[in-house]
Design a protein around this ligand. Sequence first.
Ligand SMILES: Cc1ncc(C[n+]2csc(CCOP(=O)(O)OP(=O)(O)O)c2C)c(N)n1
Ligand SMILES: [Mg+2]
Length: 889
Amino acid sequence: MSQAYRVEQDASEVEAENAEWCEALNNLLEYQGEARGVEMLRLLQDQLVAHGVSLTDATLNTPYRNTIPLHQQPGYPGNLELEQRIENMIRWNAMALVLQANEASPGLGGHIATFQSAATALEVGFNHWFKARSSNYGGDILIVQAHAAPGIYARAFLEGRLSEQQIGNFRRELKEGGGLPSYPHPRRLPEFWQLPSASMGLSTPSAIYQARFMKYLESRQLKPSNGGKVWCFIGDGEADEPEVLGTINIATREHLDNLVMVVNCNLQRLDGPVRGNGKIIQELERSYRGAGWNVIKVIWGSEWDSLLAADTEGVLQSRMDRAVDGDYQFYTVSDGKTVRDHWIDGDPRLERLMRSLNDDEIRVIRRGGHDRKKLNAAFERAAKSSGRPTVILIKTVKGEGMGRSAEGQNTAHQKKSFSPQERIEIGKHFGIPLSDQALAQAQLYRPDPQSDEMRYLQRCREALGGYLPARSSEYTPIEAPTLSLFKAALEGSEREVSTTSVFVRMLSDLMRDEAIGRYIVPIVPDEARTFGMESLFKRQGIYSSEGQKYKPVDASSLLPYREARDGQILQEGICEAGAMASFLAAGTAYANFGVPTIPFYIFYSIFGFQRVGDMIWACADAMAKGFLIGGTAGRTTLNGEGLQHQDGHSHLVASTLPNVLSYDPAFGYELAIIVREGIRRMYQQDEKIFYYLTVYNENAPMPPMRADVSEGVIRGMYRYEQDTKGSNKIHLLGSGSIMQQVLKAAAWLRERGFSVDIWSVTSYTELHRDASGAAREALLNPLSKPECYVRQLMAHEQGVVVAVSDFLKVLPASIASCFDLPFVALGTDGFGLSEGRDDLRDHFEVSARYICWAALVQTYRDARLNLEQLLAYRAELAIPEHKLDPTTL
Ligand SMILES: Cc1ncc(C[n+]2csc(CCOP(=O)(O)OP(=O)(O)O)c2C)c(N)n1
Ligand SMILES: [Mg+2]
């Protein structure tokens, strides 16, 4: 049918018909408004779909031009000329500080080109949009591209927030007087950076979940409803990271109109073009629009306005749509004549249209991301958005202003050497009033505080409530609850229960507590039922910005699935990266909003440090606080689930984070002591640490707490049982679920006349840290003899030692040097596999049998058993001579 239609019409008839349809739509818009226009378009679209026509591209992409047409562009709220001068100074200083750093210490690194492309957008934001926290405003969070950090420092230098000495020590953090970290690292510059962004891709979920957490805090009345936005700048190359497009859906689901993402589309990444053969802006538009975002494209600078107005036939637009990013990058590096010829592409109509510009004018024609009027229009629309998040896709030039050797070149990203002549040219281009010699030396330039520029810059920030980025860590500390809050955990139970269920009970006790309850933020990635947490659904509710619009299927049951606007639980669905971003938001709310929320994020332990380790690293950088709870922990305790579920290594990864305290408790009261101490240290003492605790699904009787164990539990080890009978001392050290095997082994050995002391190790990692701290002291001060904690505990002990956990051998082995006694470490090295729990523990040689056997072999080697006795025990324990090595499977 459509073919017949084409054949019957010539080009002029098509044009006339197009004009008629357009006129009809224009009339509708003019007389009946936008909504009616949209309605009509939707109607026509539905008609097409009803005919079976596919519409994917047509509906998700708009033409390659600015979303905001000229007639909707607001007047500019500031002084364009002054702002340009300020921006130029900042651009110059940003470049100068990188050049100076590398001259003083070659190879130090640093980036220039990223900021030069993002500078105008950031400056429009700094002058007019980014608002600091004040008594009546919640405060914005600003996340910038990490590689633009020199520009942010350069602005803070003009603002007087950073000294010349600090700027001079860019990337020299150990220098006297302090230096500046390479990238946004709150830990390294705590009064300044709000969130880290150096690991590409993670800032998007950080921003999204921050924005959502702001709404959560308001819904739960922990923060006044006084606004605050998250502005997050990322690169177009960065958008390839799965965390970026993988998390944008939640922003629309949660109606995050307090979130503005800006993607700096300079069409280049580190190695070269982002999408040479396509158009990154169009691609991102489709993705974001498909996810329901407001998409604002800022592609063309004002110089194009008149050309586009003259483009009545759409030839210019069609050329813009046709050219690929590789072409646009080519235009950046080419002269006006070459650009003209390539652009016109033999089309006489285009040739006519472009005649209004000479070659020089063509050459300096700007991309929208360098035009403050276009950028401001986009920011204004984003700021006004209601009910949806906004993404602004700005088209820029990488290394803009850096001269021919860098601008748009594939090598721009790492460019940081310029000849004296180039420096002088760049300085003059920026209008920096320094001598040629000073420019050639890349000296910093800061005008008099009373100059027009400086007064303007300060006035703008004053009007916006203060400087940004800025991080505060002022909040009212929380008094840790008394231990008796966890009465049930302290009393223990003869009935067999798991440490997971003890934990869930504790969480519930915490949430019911008058003083602390409202600050608790439980986070689950669709695993609440696995951990027996469904009882919390009803009482505390699951947070949902929309409440619950449906009747849950289990409404009449005892424990219905209850969503509520003021729900306390964050149910993240199957998205560990998102759940970690929530942990980051909740764990840093003490700084970002002055609200000391305490997140408890519980997850399958293998899907934590291994899966989202980089996000956890970012939490450490951001000085987040809270508790990560690795559930279903251990290589053999979650026995049926097999290879990809069985975690024998998360404690090792956790130990690589210097501010993470990890514990592997065996008993409920240990958990209670650790959680209480954690709250005390983090929220009462304000220590910048967080906790990783493993809990298990194996049921066991839980002993009551003894009065004298607290210190040992916290430091990492205490004597759980001392044996005063028997001979031939054996010390068994165990942690987590494997403690049950230790208890069994002790009973077996005691029946055979051995004297067995049992030590509960709550944290091999903390013991190792303490030992390594003492060893370091001893190295620095050879005359002193600092004794580590384990040595103090074992000072008068005899016998042999077996240390075991449900993790790799290297975990218990990490404290071997603390013992002067024969020591053996057992562990679960190798891939997990599905089996019965007992068989699996035999397979990894961590069962009670193997613990006994290891103790006996050590005793034999210590010459306190003879061979005959040893072999008799071997037969009794049925230990084979040859056995498959679990690490070879
Ligand atoms: C996870 C991660 N991978 C790789 C890098 C190294 N890296 C830093 S910047 C960069 C290119 C960034 O390109 P783009 O996002 O387009 O930013 P632009 O500098 O072009 O504005 C790369 C690959 C990193 N920092 N993080
Ligand atoms: Mg880029």
